[in-house]
Design a protein around this ligand. Structure first.
Ligand SMILES: C[S@@+](CC[C@H](N)C(=O)[O-])C[C@H]1O[C@@H](n2cnc3c(N)ncnc32)[C@H](O)[C@@H]1O
Length: 246
């Protein structure tokens, strides 16, 4: 994936809000051992570490460019690793992941594996975008397939209620799961393109190489046709927030 920290951080405040909403679901306990999966630049990992007064927090991410700025300090460290294969000798009091697990397939298997990383009375907290049915995502897939002959990127996010069943089946005693709609007032419809360039389009960029600028051009034209060239534009973004305790 071609992650670009500068593009991602263009909407820093908007992207941080779901993180804060997720972090507020976590129960603070003494001397917690925490792992943040897909920690990105590590800035929010640091905020989580400080908010919880954690004993140890580990942030993992597969992208070297995102980790390049990661703010390691006492008790806070970062490692380059894949969520799919990440293991640890010691269990965690909190497995946390903000806006990353939607990139990882097979959630039934993934959540079972993540549960095995959690201590007896530990917690799981996950936030994932679930906006594939919005025109911003749908049109990217249509342009990719029709004009460039590559498969649309779909994320493996399950139906929200399935997470409730799954967490119950995995032995979590308490849970809080919700679908939340974040409304972002952008200056104009074109702002949607800048938004998705920092996330969804990174996957198309990686697969299209030199053809990516042409893709963005065609995507923008089609998006403006469908959504209208509005100023301002109210962009709705659905996200799943889930928290559970064993
Ligand atoms: C949208 S960013 C979120 C970063 C951070 N959690 C935040 O909230 O700012 C998604 C991050 O997940 C990472 N990521 C995606 N798939 C991954 C995987 N399979 N293993 C590890 N990291 C992954 C990307 O490199 C990227 O830094």
């Amino acid at each position: 994936m071609s992650w670009n920290p500068d593009q991602y951080e263009r909407f820093r405040a908007e992207r941080a809000q779901p993180f804060h909403d997720l972090a507020s679901l976590v129960e603070t306990r003494p001397a917690m051992r925490v792992v943040d999966l897909g920690c990105g630049t590590g800035e929010l990992t640091r905020q989580l570490h400080e908010k919880l007064g954690a004993a140890e927090t580990l942030g993992i991410d597969s992208s070297e460019s995102m980790l390049a700025k990661a703010p390691a300090s006492d008790g806070l460290r970062f490692e380059r690793a894949n969520i799919e294969t990440f293991t640890s000798d010691q269990s965690f009091d909190l497995v946390f992941s903000n806006a990353a697990l939607h990139w990882v397939p097979n959630h039934e298997t993934l959540f079972a594996r993540l549960t095995s990383l959690i201590a007896e009375d530990g917690q799981l907290a996950v936030q994932m975008p679930a906006n594939d049915d919005h025109a911003s995502h749908r049109i990217a897939g249509e342009v990719a397939e029709r004009s460039f002959g590559i498969a649309p990127r779909v994320h493996d996010v399950l139906a929200v209620a399935r997470y409730a069943e799954l967490l119950h089946e995995l032995g979590f005693a308490r849970q809080h799961i919700r679908l939340q709609i974040y409304g972002h007032l952008l200056d104009e419809t074109r702002g949607v393109v800048e938004w998705v360039k920092g996330t969804l389009l990174t996957d198309y960029q990686r697969r299209l190489g030199d053809r990516y600028p042409k893709f963005v051009e065609e995507y923008t034209t089609r998006l403006l046709e469908v959504l209208g060239d509005r100023r301002p534009y109210f962009y709705t973004y659905k996200r799943v927030l889930l928290w559970a305790s064993r």
